[in-house]
Design a protein around this ligand. Structure first.
Ligand code: SAM
Length: 198
């Protein structure tokens, strides 16, 4: 099992790009801000918080959550840009979720970091946390890199059919596309989807 805090402490963080996810910036430009609802947007597995701050810069209130204390420390050390905050916690922990509700969730590289055996738990956590008619907005990792047979992940890729199936008990897919904007090396390998809570 991945020790995420250790990965940050050792600097073994190839996902850390120093800026927000390009598909998120594309989405913020192209799609009506109504998809975020009027409340707090949760960013699970936010790492050092680039996406949280991109949302906050657009005037949204955003909460970044991460398991790794070192990621939290680095996120928290950034000067505030708006209505953002951070917490250490486990998205899959029912205790952490108790009594919490969000108008939307932004997913980026948390789903693919979690053991595929726990994908239903991830979807249930989203369903529990997002208010009715709120959105799960996510960029999902579809195509594996040139992984050799020994590869055990993370990241764990997924397929559109699987994503629709895992979220369908609680969500309806409203829109989806392959983002034009991507970090170098991720072009065409991601899929952006907006699922609305039933
Ligand atoms: C691949 S990293 C991506 C970080 C960030 N989204 C980025 O792109 O820079 C996955 C992140 O998810 C966090 N994580 C993994 N499982 C988690 C869980 N169950 N709850 C909260 N955070 C989790 C890890 O600590 C790590 O920071």
């Amino acid at each position: 099992m991945t020790d995420w805090n250790e990965r940050y402490l050792k600097g073994e963080t190839p996902w850390e790009k120093g800026n927000p996810a390009p598909p998120l910036l594309e989405l913020l430009e192209k799609v009506d801000s109504k998809i975020w609802g009027g409340g707090v947007v949760l960013v699970p597995g936010c790492g050092t918080g680039h996406d949280v701050r991109a949302l906050a810069k657009r005037g949204l209130e955003a909460l970044g959550l991460d398991l790794a204390e070192e990621a939290f420390r680095r996120a928290h050390a950034h000067p505030n840009v708006g209505g953002e905050s951070y917490e250490v916690g486990d998205f899959l922990d029912a205790e952490w979720r108790k009594g919490k509700h969000f108008s939307a969730i932004w997913e980026h590289t948390c789903f693919c970091a979690i053991d595929p055996a726990r994908r239903e738990d991830y979807a249930k956590a989203c369903a529990e946390l997002i208010i009715p008619s709120g959105c799960l907005v996510g960029v999902f990792f579809l195509t594996p890199y040139d992984l050799d047979e020994e590869w055990t992940g993370p990241p764990f890729p997924s397929e559109v059919e699987e994503l629709d199936s895992v979220f369908s008990p609680w969500f309806e897919r409203e829109m989806a596309w392959v983002p034009e904007a991507a970090y170098p090396g991720r072009e065409g390998r991601e899929w952006l989807a907006v699922y609305r809570r039933k």
